[in-house]
Design a protein around this ligand. Structure first.
Ligand SMILES: Nc1ncnc2c1ncn2[C@@H]1O[C@H](COP(=O)(O)OP(=O)(O)OP(=O)(O)O)[C@@H](O)[C@H]1O
Length: 626
């Protein structure tokens, strides 16, 4: 009976459970969803914070760290040393042994603004117009792959934070933010980074501290010119609104040109030190194509100087636009072109002032060259290169700066002599500086006299050599003219043309005739080559393509065979004159037969090995276009 009763109870309980269970479950579901809804509303009443993420990259496949991320990071880095526990030490400006502490990402940091700091453990808040905000650095997680700086603030301050605080952070001057952090000198990595991903390890630039001590004070140039450059730089850095108004990217282009040793690199260093900008020194020959160049430019930051030195050697800036101008193409240029990349002039121009140029705030682009005439006019046209600055030989004003820097003298009885000599000869500031360098052993009361005396000796030597060069030049011209007249060719027709860097080219027909050696008609291929590109340069008679200006201190009494100055097949100028001298007694119209070449110096093997290097275009260059 009991068993039956308990069985009946169990059955009714089970039945009841089957009926009541679902009802209970439904009721619970209703209750919990209702509770959750209200709990959420309740929570919102309690938790009033809003978070705003400043992400490192605006979208997944962005190739650039976003500007706002960099700006906020710089803003935070400036004040982190007071709050963050993980710091990074950077060198302070030169001469200052202190370290600049900046934030290491991954730490909660706080910021102080308007003089009030609320500090609570790791969380110090920035107070802006009485409103407190907090910052944190957030690393990517499995759910969210973006790295960001997270700003937390009360929701009722949303308008103030978004409308005023964030613009304030972004506007803050980076110089003030980074305090006296040392400037950086960036250079491009050598790898092909067009295929790189977007991770932070895939950086296209590497850098070192920029420690060049040149300033406008130490730069030797005319004070007025110097003042003008400094004024322009000041105007540029304060012209953000102006550039916005006229709809131009906030950038400025400088072309620095002049002979080696006249201070182009020193000028760039002085500009960077004056503006407190970083320098990005682009080695164009390491950039395989335009895609890589784009990546490089995009990864530069504002407040920087982008430098491309010796632009004429880095990229072929002439042939694309002047394919017919074969005469200006030299053998060495052709070789360099072979080495260079698929990067083009138009690719470069695109980054100077194309649609890619307008990013990341103010920047200065500087090109340097020793040969301004070689550059494509498109590259240096107005608007693209805002200022073309010639750095030239040392004048008296520039010398005075060097004397002050090197010898600490403002006046000296020898200055008058130096002034006179400087007007007679060309000497670079680098060469003057060399004379004024005072070794330890000379540092006594006569040291200044010794250095100035050394400079005067050097200047006098150059005056004498210049005179000799001019005499030689005159004689060569007379001899060429006489030879040409005898050959029935108008030597003046094309000579005097300034084909390259002031070098005088002589009518190729004269050259061909002068150079022909034991040749039959139509068979002058090898024999004519040594002389095909004879050029007279300041008294030097040069066979081949390029005159190396740096060898001008060799004072010109030389004859060279070869495509460029690296060719060391030099011989005494006098022997070349011998060849020319024999021309005078040559037979009518056939000077080649009478040429008395020194076989050792003009051995065919030497000649052909010189020319083997050249490509077809070189031959074109030497073609007689008559
Ligand atoms: N205008 C100048 N003022 C002060 N120093 C100078 C000047 N020009 C040259 N010098 C001295 O000569 C050295 C070489 O100068 P710098 O490298 O600036 O010349 P550059 O024109 O850039 O030469 P290059 O074309 O060969 O690169 C400098 O370290 C500096 O000591």
């Amino acid at each position: 009976m009991d068993t039956w009763l308990s069985f009946a109870n169990l059955t009714s309980f089970t039945t009841a459970w089957f009926v009541v269970g679902p009802l209970l479950a439904t009721a619970w579901r209703l209750f919990s969803s209702c509770f959750k809804r209200h709990a959420k509303a309740l929570l919102q009443l309690v938790d009033t914070d809003v978070t705003l993420d400043i992400v490192r990259r605006d979208w997944e496949d962005s190739i650039k760290t976003s500007d706002k991320y960099s700006e906020v990071k710089a803003y935070l880095a400036a004040s982190c040393s007071r709050a963050a526990r993980a710091l990074r030490a950077e060198n302070a400006v030169q001469g200052d042994n202190k370290l600049v502490l900046t934030m290491r990402l991954g730490q909660e940091v706080s910021d102080e603004f308007a003089g009030v700091t609320l500090w609570e453990g790791q969380e110090v808040s920035d107070v802006f117009k009485g409103v407190t905000v907090r910052w944190a650095s957030v690393w990517p997680t499995r759910e969210d792959s973006s790295q960001c700086l997270r700003l937390t603030f009360h929701q009722r301050h949303r308008d103030l934070v978004v409308g005023e605080y964030l613009p304030h952070v972004r506007r803050s001057d980076r110089n003030a933010l980074l305090g006296n952090r040392r400037r950086r000198l960036y250079t491009n990595k050598t790898n092909d980074y067009s295929s790189m991903g977007t991770g932070s390890s895939n950086k296209v630039w590497t850098y070192i501290d920029f420690e060049h001590p040149a300033t406008f004070d130490t730069l030797a140039m005319h004070p007025e010119k110097k003042r003008k450059i400094m004024d322009e730089l000041d105007e540029f850095r304060n012209s953000k609104d102006y550039y916005n108004r006229i709809g131009k990217p906030w950038k400025r282009g400088y072309l620095l040109y002049g002979p080696p040793g006249t201070g182009k690199s020193s000028m760039i260093a002085a500009m960077a030190n004056y503006l407190s900008y970083d320098i990005y020194d682009i080695e164009l020959t390491m950039v395989p194509n335009n895609t890589n160049l784009r990546k490089l430019f995009i990864e530069t930051k504002g407040k920087s100087i982008i430098v491309i030195e010796d632009i004429d050697c880095s990229i072929d800036l002439t042939s694309h636009r002047r394919s017919n101008d074969t005469a200006a193409t030299t053998a060495s240029a052709n070789r360099k072109r072979k080495r260079t990349s698929e990067m083009t002039l138009s690719g470069l121009l695109n980054f100077i002032d194309g649609i890619w140029s307008a990013h990341s705030g103010e920047r200065i682009i500087v090109f340097t060259t020793n040969f301004v005439d070689k550059l494509d006019p498109a590259l240096i046209r107005r608007g693209r290169m805002d200022m073309k600055l010639e750095l030239s030989y040392c004048g008296f004003e520039a010398f005075m700066t060097l004397a002050k820097n090197y010898l600490d003298v403002d006046a000296h009885p020898l200055f008058g002599t130096i002034n006179e000599l400087l007007q007679e000869v060309e000497i670079t500031p680098a060469d003057v500086a060399e004379c004024l360098l005072m070794p330890n052993k000379e540092r006594n009361e006569h040291g200044v006299d010794v250095c100035l005396g050394r400079l005067i000796d050097e200047l006098r030597k150059r005056v004498q050599l210049d005179k000799e060069k001019k005499d030689d030049m005159k004689r060569v011209e007379e001899e060429l003219a006489a030879s040409a007249a005898a050959a029935g060719v108008d030597a003046k027709a094309s000579d005097g043309e300034d084909m390259e860097n002031g070098r005088r080219m002589v009518d190729p027909r004269v050259i061909r005739r002068l150079g022909r050696k034991e040749t039959k008609e139509g068979d002058d291929k090898v024999a004519a080559k040594p002389n095909d590109n004879l050029a007279a340069n300041n008294g030097r008679t040069v066979y081949g393509g390029t005159v190396d200006d740096s060898s001008s201190s060799d004072h010109g009494d030389e004859m060279k065979v070869g495509a460029d100055a690296e060719a060391n097949s030099e011989t005494d100028h006098r022997s070349s004159m011998k060849a020319n001298g024999d021309l005078g007694g040559s037979r009518d119209g056939d000077y080649g037969d009478d040429l008395d070449y020194d076989k050792d110096d003009y051995d065919d093997d030497d000649v052909s090995s010189e020319y083997d290097d050249d490509d077809d275009e070189d031959d074109e260059e030497f073609d007689d276009d008559s």
